[in-house]
Design a protein around this ligand. Structure first.
Ligand SMILES: Cc1cc2nc3c(=O)[nH]c(=O)nc-3n(C[C@H](O)[C@H](O)[C@H](O)COP(=O)(O)OP(=O)(O)OC[C@H]3O[C@@H](n4cnc5c(N)ncnc54)[C@H](O)[C@@H]3O)c2cc1C
Length: 350
């Protein structure tokens, strides 16, 4: 009897679909994450939820995935990935935001432990996080690139307390708070990445994920907003005809389309460069800056198209101005992005 070892078409198709699934879903990559966040915001229209989810993924779980030891990955990633645990990242302090090198929260070594003291503020998911990646000064005398280390701190660690819940202007479904550390004892094994590497490795990596991936959610919001404006402009009548017939309204719609498309291309280009492992610091800052500026411009124009109704809380366009404003502040302000763009243009260290 002749034996055939050839695979059937069905088997080949099955193998291809498994490989396809593994490539697209299992292996995490920047572009797919952008697409997921963009789609979630376009469908859900809740930028606060996406802020919390984005922070959970990009600055909560990703740093552990990238810099964690095998033990840390085994201990934290399954529950962070399943959503059972919520993640957060804490570098900003009451006295130091843009100036990340100026943080003062300290982590003093005491045998096989570190003792953390200080306060953090504006921490996304602060009130609900189970796991917080905390940046603290471990060697005050070292240069700024070697002064800080990052620690994975569990929510129930003695000495960690959740401070004031911050009442934000927009993105209100995302909880934000202060965090206080008072003789908070963390085992040395909780250090994330090599000692002294927090600023240049962990934190800058977090900022990179925020700028090339996390802000992609707002592209979905812009898309949904533009569609709502088109629909409204067709329905709303003034002077006996739909306002969509007025050229000045058409100008707004056209500019919103141009801005959204431009921001999308620039952001996905940065995400693609990141995924390929190619240099993209300038592209990431251009993307973050352009997405932030476009989201604010489009939100203001959307309110204008809706007229008086745009100024009323019942309509989502009112909220979009408050939500969009955060994009030019969180994850590095627009001024800082321009600084990075200019410095990379001039060949200086950003
Ligand atoms: C809702 C929300 C969520 C946040 N989530 C987190 C989080 O999860 N984790 C975290 O660690 N942080 C978080 N942040 C903090 C955020 O990253 C900082 O607010 C941001 O980096 C700006 O820092 P700052 O507020 O101290 O402003 P500052 O640094 O004091 O800046 C004030 C102004 O001065 C400008 N400025 C500062 N330096 C320069 C310069 N060199 N050149 C020109 N202009 C300059 C700034 O652009 C800004 O306009 C969050 C903030 C908000 C509002």
């Amino acid at each position: 009897m002749a034996l055939s070892f050839a695979f059937t078409d069905e088997q080949l198709a099955f193998r291809a679909s498994v490989r396809d699934f593994a490539e697209k879903v299992v292996r995490p990559d920047a572009v797919s994450t952008c697409m997921a966040l963009e789609g979630l915001e376009e469908g859900g229209r809740d930028s606060g939820l996406l802020l919390s989810l984005g922070a959970h993924i990009c600055i909560g779980a990703v740093p552990i995935w990238l810099h964690g030891t095998e033990e840390q990955k085994r201990a934290y990633l399954p529950k962070l990935c399943s959503g059972e645990w919520v993640g957060a990242f804490a570098i900003t302090e009451p006295g130091a935001g843009s100036d990340t090198a100026g943080i003062t929260t300290s982590a003093r070594r005491d045998g096989d432990h570190f003792v953390i003291n200080g306060s953090k503020t504006f921490i996304t998911n602060g009130p609900i996080a189970d796991v917080i990646n905390v940046v603290a000064v471990t060697d005050p005398d070292a240069s700024s690139s070697q002064r800080m280390s990052c620690f994975i701190v569990d929510r129930d660690t003695p000495g960690l307390s959740i401070g004031k819940h911050l009442d934000k202007s927009g993105n209100r479904s995302s909880p934000t708070s202060e965090l206080h550390f008072s003789d908070c004892i963390v085992p040395a094994s909780q250090m994330l990445g090599p000692e002294g590497s927090a600023l240049w490795k962990v934190a800058f990596e977090c900022f990179d994920w925020e700028r090339t991936v996390m802000v992609s959610a707002s592209l979905g919001g812009m898309e949904a907003q533009l569609n709502a404006c088109i629909e409204y402009a067709r329905d709303r009548k003034a002077f006996g005809k739909p306002i969509a017939d007025f050229e000045m309204i058409q100008d707004k719609l056209a500019r919103m389309r141009v801005g959204t498309n431009a921001a999308r291309w620039v952001l996905y280009h940065a995400a693609w460069l990141k995924q390929q492992g190619l240099p993209h610091m300038q592209e990431a800052s251009i993307a973050k800056y352009l997405v932030a500026e476009t989201a604010m411009h489009n939100a203001l124009e959307a309110v204008q198209i809706f007229g008086g109704y745009g100024y009323i809380k019942e309509f989502s366009v009112e909220r979009s101005i408050r939500d969009a404003k955060l994009l030019s502040i969180g994850g590095g302000t627009s001024e800082i992005q321009k600084l990075i763009i200019a410095r990379t243009l001039l060949g200086e260290t950003p």
